[in-house]
Design a protein around this ligand. Structure first.
Ligand SMILES: Nc1nc2c(ncn2[C@@H]2O[C@H](COP(=O)(O)OP(=O)(O)OP(=O)(O)O)[C@@H](O)[C@H]2O)c(=O)[nH]1
Ligand SMILES: [Mg+2]
Ligand SMILES: [Zn+2]
Length: 345
């Protein structure tokens, strides 16, 4: 078929029904029916570490036919079809020929110069996002937490707040800011060679696929090492001058939990571009508000100054119940965190 523009009236053209509807991506290639199933555990300079269905660890490259660029990226957590040498013997290289439909996709959009606006999937198929925040060293940055929450709701993941280093500061003031969001919250502290709160954390993640996100130095890899014996992820000091971590982890890695399920360690993020998230995407994380917002005037952005936003009547008129005002305020805080500069932290 030629590449000419055949126009949207042509029945062969499927108009994208919505951004959301177009998200899952399947690249079925019938001629690769012999492809075997694998899971992407790590990506390093064009080499993919895979765990195959039969337990073999295989290194693979991406077939050229899958395309290049951010839109065609194969990422940690992806389920893929692989052909070629899947023995896993040293020196062998298999080929990824298919990426299965994703259940979730954690995205961020680039905000710097030339790549600005390009949205990039960083982790696929995780169902929980552990937003890891240190209570001190580095100090908590609520705007970053808000931005992670937006990303989680947009991706369709269950967010969980994990407050680390409770040996250094009291978690209560921080937790109060998030009470209205009803996000589960856990606290941890490393005391000697023991992690307090580990049992609760293990319970939260067992049987799930969870991605840990947060600034450098908050203790993500420390928690992964505690959860997965033998994970041996490097951990690093927090710089005494800048109070920031040193970006010890440089790539995302999926690790299997002893009790079942997976955790994905990620490098510390400085920013979380959310230019791709609209008000309706965020509402997915607020089913109670979404129901009310469905009655809003067309195109309502649900912001504090939106004329005739139904959410205002709901929160002020008592129909939403006692917690409604606080919940609306939290929703709008996240809504505004979305458009703020990612570098505000
Ligand atoms: N006091 C205290 N220190 C902790 C705790 N958890 C982790 N740390 C220390 O914080 C530093 C950073 O921990 P990492 O686990 O490397 O942090 P990370 O989030 O993986 O950082 P990046 O890989 O750079 O993103 C290390 O020196 C840890 O020992 C805690 O609960 N209390
Ligand atoms: Mg790390
Ligand atoms: Zn509205």
């Amino acid at each position: 078929m030629s590449r000419r523009d055949i126009g949207t009236d042509d029945p062969r053209v499927r108009v994208r029904p919505s951004k959301r509807g177009s998200r899952p991506r399947t690249k079925q290639r019938p001629r690769h029916e012999d492809a075997v199933e694998g899971r992407v555990l790590a990506v390093d300079r064009g080499r993919y570490s895979l765990l195959m269905h039969d337990g073999a660890h295989v290194t693979a490259m991406k077939a050229r036919e899958l395309g290049r660029g951010a839109r065609n990226a194969v990422v940690v957590g992806d389920r893929v079809g692989v052909v070629g040498d899947v023995s896993g013997q040293p020196g062998t290289l298999a080929r990824i020929v298919r990426v299965d439909e994703r259940t979730t996709a954690l995205r961020r959009s680039a905000e710097d110069s030339e790549a600005a606006g390009v949205e990039r999937v960083i982790v696929a198929n995780a169902d929980k996002m552990l937003i890891v925040t240190a209570l001190a060293d580095p100090p908590p940055r609520p705007r970053m937490v808000d931005r992670c929450l937006v990303a989680a709701y947009d991706a369709g993941m269950q967010p969980v707040l994990v407050l680390t280093k409770t040996d250094l500061a009291d978690p209560r003031p921080f937790l109060e800011q998030y009470a209205a969001l009803e996000v589960p919250a856990l606290t941890t502290a490393v005391v000697g060679d023991h992690v307090e709160g580990l049992a609760e954390l293990a319970e939260e993640v067992t049987g799930h696929e969870s991605v840990l996100v947060g600034h450098s130095g908050v203790g993500k890899s420390t928690l992964i090492n505690a959860l997965v014996p033998g994970a041996d992820r490097a951990t690093g000091d927090v710089n005494v001058v800048t109070g920031r971590g040193r970006h010890t982890s440089s790539n995302a890695v999926a690790l299997e939990l002893p009790g079942g399920g997976w955790v994905i360690d990620t490098p510390g993020v400085r920013s979380f571009g959310l230019a791709h998230v609209g008000p309706e995407d965020l509402l997915r994380g607020f089913p109670d508000l979404a129901e009310v917002a469905a009655q809003c005037p067309r195109g309502c952005s649900h912001e504090a100054d939106s004329p005739d936003c139904e959410l205002d009547a709901w929160a002020a008129g008592g129909t939403g119940g006692p917690g409604a005002a606080a919940r609306l305020e939290s929703f709008r805080r996240l809504l505004s965190a979305r458009s703020e500069s990612a570098w505000a932290d």
